[in-house]
Design a protein around this ligand. Structure first.
Ligand code: OTU
Length: 627
């Protein structure tokens, strides 16, 4: 029987069976690593496979077609140069889902083909950690529209060539989620969905190994709930209860939620707080082997049921740990399809503050080449703070920092340095004692000096700020992986000091979460136009050049100018050299240093070739040389 909605006809079923055959062993392996020791393991796996079959039968035909296209032709669609991302809150970008649909032309004008919408699913009322405390995975925020409206938006985006990404907050639910409420009401089944510790001693034993995500506003990792007579594991805020993946029922429920959303048209799931999902006594409960197995399980199961879907891992951990989320050893390429390049992001900010690119160069050089079928997500700002901790890695002396250096960098972005006031207008985030570096808040424009320059009405300083913004984006757009524009960066959106946005509370990250608005002041308007034009140009040029494919060979040359970052890309006979100057002074690069003969073409930048065999980059200048 064929229905108008599902593709449960012969094609869909046959494709499903093929994929089941292809990925069954991988799925069983990963599930075995999680639940293989349980006496009911066979039952668990047959329930899992039954869910996949149901989801495949319910899959709308257009999505079935997308599955087929991506399986057979565009297998590397998320590694292609033309995948350009944009991330925003629905309400702050366009009011509601229909508003987002109306803004598709705006997104297209920037070359966007991947849209990450934050805070879409129904989160708890009141403070919800910016939407990261989910009350119902199958409903949306009423103010934004219903789940059907989201489905319609996904379809409209898809028609326009834009893939929809939403957060899959799978590490925790809100305290108001039905499961948590049932647990609070005393149902044992649902108590088992969470990590409950019944004694203070048990809690202490874990706590002594754990770090804190919000050491000031939500210290500790546990919250005592009198109704449960137990401590609930709450890595983040007390109203965010960590799910217990030791319990396969939790895995099954969350798998069903993911498949439900995939069938609504979500193409990319941002796997939130991925590093925390599995707890083990006597460890920091980060990056555990089962944390990886869980993601491998999701990937293999997605490949069977909804194969056009990909997983984006959000693991804010050290660079070497982060690369493991693409799958390591025998599992290379079997975990996250894409993952946030958090250490690069933090390192770029460090390079900008210190006006030296050497450590960023070492970082890029030292990281292993991405396994086949994976790509980084490169970004310079997002809705969170810039976390400095990922640059602390004593085993990577070349590119790591020490606390003292990071202190200086964090001070710099908070506006002060030994030399006096800096151009940056950011704030420290969750800084506990005076000398403990944690994170920095602020919009790209405010951190890059635009806010101060506009306040001073200083045209030259505005130009420098625009140059800082565009040089940072030139790196985001020229590295391997999906470039992700953070809403507002394209118009130089400044910090929001009102903190009046709904749900703002005391969380300092609201500083950089204002609504999108066209700048008013003429100087700001001109700056915004230039930034927007530069970003759109980068997107256009990138999309047209195969050399930006994520699987290109990359070489980071050693340059005499310490503030210039170089990157040589090779792919299918093409060779491109990207250069970026992190200094407020001009930087010269010898053509011989980058193996560039005379006559290479700058596709985008601001470089100036001299007769003496050098290329000069202006302050914060950049170039993409096709040689
Ligand atoms: C993620 O963040 C989200 O991006 C945050 O907005 C949420 O608060 C958090 O999860 C909880 O859902 O733990 O592994 O600013 O970088 O909390 C990544 C701190 C995370 C965030 C961190 C992060």
């Amino acid at each position: 029987m064929t229905s108008s909605k599902g593709n449960g006809g012969w094609q869909g079923e046959a494709g499903f069976n093929d994929r089941l055959q292809q990925y069954r062993q991988q799925a069983l392996g990963a599930l075995g690593d999680l639940y293989g020791q349980r006496p009911d393991f066979t039952e668990v796996t047959s329930r899992v496979f039954a869910e996949l079959r149901l989801a495949n039968r319910a899959r709308p035909e257009v999505l079935g077609e997308l599955d087929q296209a991506r399986e057979q032709v565009a297998t590397d669609w998320y590694q292609q140069p033309d995948l350009i991302g944009y991330t925003c809150y629905v309400d702050r970008f366009a009011g509601d889902f229909d508003g987002v649909a109306r803004r598709i032309p705006y997104l297209k004008s920037m070359g966007v083909s991947y849209l990450h919408l934050l805070s879409v699913l129904k989160s708890r009322a009141g403070d919800s950690d910016g939407g990261f405390a989910i009350e119902d995975y199958r409903q949306t925020h009423a103010e934004l529209g219903g789940i059907d409206d989201l489905e319609r938006l996904a379809a409209a985006l898809r028609k326009a060539g834009i893939s929809l990404c939403i957060d899959f907050v799978y590490n925790h639910t809100a305290r108001e989620h039905l499961w948590a409420r049932k647990a609070l009401a005393g149902e044992q089944r649902y108590r088992d969905y969470y990590y409950l510790l019944e004694t203070e001693a048990e809690k202490q034993a874990y706590e002594s190994y754990l770090d804190e995500v919000f050491p000031v506003s939500a210290p500790g990792n546990f919250t005592f709930e009198p109704a449960l007579d137990a401590w609930v594991w709450t890595t983040f805020y007390p109203f965010q209860w960590d799910l217990n993946y030791h319990n396969p029922e939790v895995f099954l429920e969350m798998l069903k939620n993911l498949l439900f959303l995939a069938n609504k048209g979500v193409e990319v799931f941002r796997m939130d707080a991925a590093a925390f999902s599995w707890k083990r006594a006597g460890t920091d409960c980060l990056n555990q082997p089962e944390t990886h197995a869980l993601l491998r399980a999701f990937r293999a199961l997605v490949a069977i049921a909804v194969p056009s879907v990909i997983l984006k891992v959000e693991a804010i951990v050290g660079a070497r740990q982060a690369t493991m989320y693409f799958g390591a050893g025998d599992y290379q390429g079997r975990e996250g399809h894409i993952a946030y390049h958090n250490a690069l992001m933090a390192s770029l900010w460090r390079s900008l503050a210190l006006e030296e690119a050497t450590k960023t160069a070492h970082l890029l050089r030292d990281l292993p080449h991405n396994p086949a079928g994976t790509a980084w997500v490169n970004y310079i700002r997002c809705h969170d703070d810039i976390g400095w901790g990922t640059l602390l890695d004593s085993a990577a002396a070349h590119w790591s920092s020490d606390a003292a250096e990071l202190e200086r960098v964090a001070d710099f972005y908070a506006g002060s340095s030994a030399a006096g006031q800096t151009y940056a207008r950011g704030q420290r985030f969750e800084t506990q004692a005076e000398h403990r570096v944690h994170g920095t808040n602020g919009t790209l424009a405010s951190l890059a000096g635009l806010e101060q320059a506009l306040q001073d009405g200083d045209r030259a300083a505005v130009n420098l700020a625009v140059a800082r913004i565009t040089v940072l984006y030139s790196i985001i757009f020229s590295q391997s992986g999906v470039p992700l524009i953070n809403m507002g960066d394209e118009v130089g959106l400044l910090n929001d000091y009102t903190q009046s946005a709904a749900g703002s509370g005391r969380d300092g990250r609201w500083l950089h979460r204002p609504a999108l608005q066209g700048p008013q002041a003429p100087l700001h308007r001109q700056a915004a136009k230039r930034i927007q034009a530069a970003l759109a140009q980068m997107a256009r040029v990138r999309a047209a050049q195969p050399v930006f494919h994520a699987q290109a060979e990359v070489d980071i040359p050693t340059l005499a100018a310490p503030a210039v970052l170089g990157c040589v890309r090779r792919y299918r006979g093409q060779r491109l050299v990207a250069l970026a100057n992190f200094s407020g002074r001009a930087g010269a690069v010898g053509l011989d240093e980058i193996g560039a003969p005379d006559g290479c073409r700058d596709l985008i930048g601001t470089a100036c070739a001299g007769a003496d065999g050098t290329l000069t980059l202006p302050p914060y200048g950049y170039a993409w040389l096709l040689c």
